[in-house]
Design a protein around this ligand. Structure first.
Ligand SMILES: *[C@@H]1O[C@H](CO)[C@@H](O)[C@H](O)[C@H]1NC(C)=O
Length: 246
């Protein structure tokens, strides 16, 4: 069983006054016959502004994204990533968006050619069959990553308007390749350390399955809190323009 524990520093939005969408997010119309493509394009267009961050909507800066800690426990492997810096969002491409108004379901697929995560690490336990331990600098790279975030929503009345309440959100991902480098493994034993790094990269798919979900879970928490920041403040009719306002 994979146990995921995330530590992030984002306050939950609590202000209740209605707001407009940030100017860089252009809404689509519910009656648009190409609603999915409209959503995809507007998400892509908003990206350069979104990654700069927006304190008004509690959007964190993504150039780079800084996280204090990601803790990973998988089987009897424990990994602690500290002072994490994640880069690569500036090259993100929004590949697909599906807006299903009838079933109240939205999905967004983003491709990131190279997502790079640099941090301090502490690792102990077993990976595959081998014991591993160490403490130092680490470098994790996901190459050719496809990230699909999707969620259901309900509409809730608040102050005479309808607002989106997100539920069942999840983030799935797959990569073409990933790379791992842990400096200073085994108390600085260079030969053992190099062998282990070689082994990790030869078995990158398995290592990715052990380490990846906790990392994307952390990302998912940030995306969710950012979207909730918008959904809490902006009435649904201003996010998806309704032809006949009720
Ligand atoms: C991290 O690893 C990637 C892939 O091996 C490499 O391209 C990059 O230069 C490394 N970054 C640092 C800071 O070592």
């Amino acid at each position: 069983m994979l146990k995921v524990e995330c530590v992030v520093f984002f306050a939950v939005m609590s202000c209740l006054e209605a707001a407009k969408l940030p100017s860089y997010i252009i809404p689509c119309s519910a009656s648009d016959p190409n609603l999915n493509e409209c959503g995809r394009k507007h998400a892509q267009d908003a990206l350069p502004s979104v990654i700069k961050g927006d304190p008004k909507f509690k959007l964190p800066s993504l150039e780079p994204l800084k996280l204090p800690e990601i803790k990973i426990t998988s089987g009897n492997l424990r990994v602690d990533l500290l002072n994490v810096i994640i880069k690569g969002f500036d090259n993100a491409q929004v590949k697909d968006m599906q807006i299903d108004l009838k079933n109240k379901h939205i999905s967004l697929t983003v491709f990131i050619d190279k997502a790079n995560l640099l941090s301090n690490y502490e690792i102990s336990g077993n990976i595959l069959i081998l014991p591993i331990r160490g403490k130092g600098r680490s470098n994790i790279t996901f190459a050719g990553g496809s990230y699909k975030y999707d969620f259901d929503y309900t509409l809730k009345d608040k102050h005479g308007d309808k607002y989106m309440i997100m539920k069942n959100n999840k983030l799935d991902f797959k990569t073409e390749r990933s790379y791992f480098y842990f400096e200073n493994l085994f108390g600085g034993d260079n030969q053992l350390g190099e062998q282990m790094n070689k082994f990790l990269n030869e078995n990158w798919e398995t290592v990715e399955q052990e380490l990846g979900p906790a990392i994307t879970q952390t990302m998912s928490t940030i995306i969710t809190s950012s979207l909730n920041g918008i959904f809490d403040k902006v009435p649904f009719k201003d996010i998806i323009l309704q032809p006949n306002p009720a």
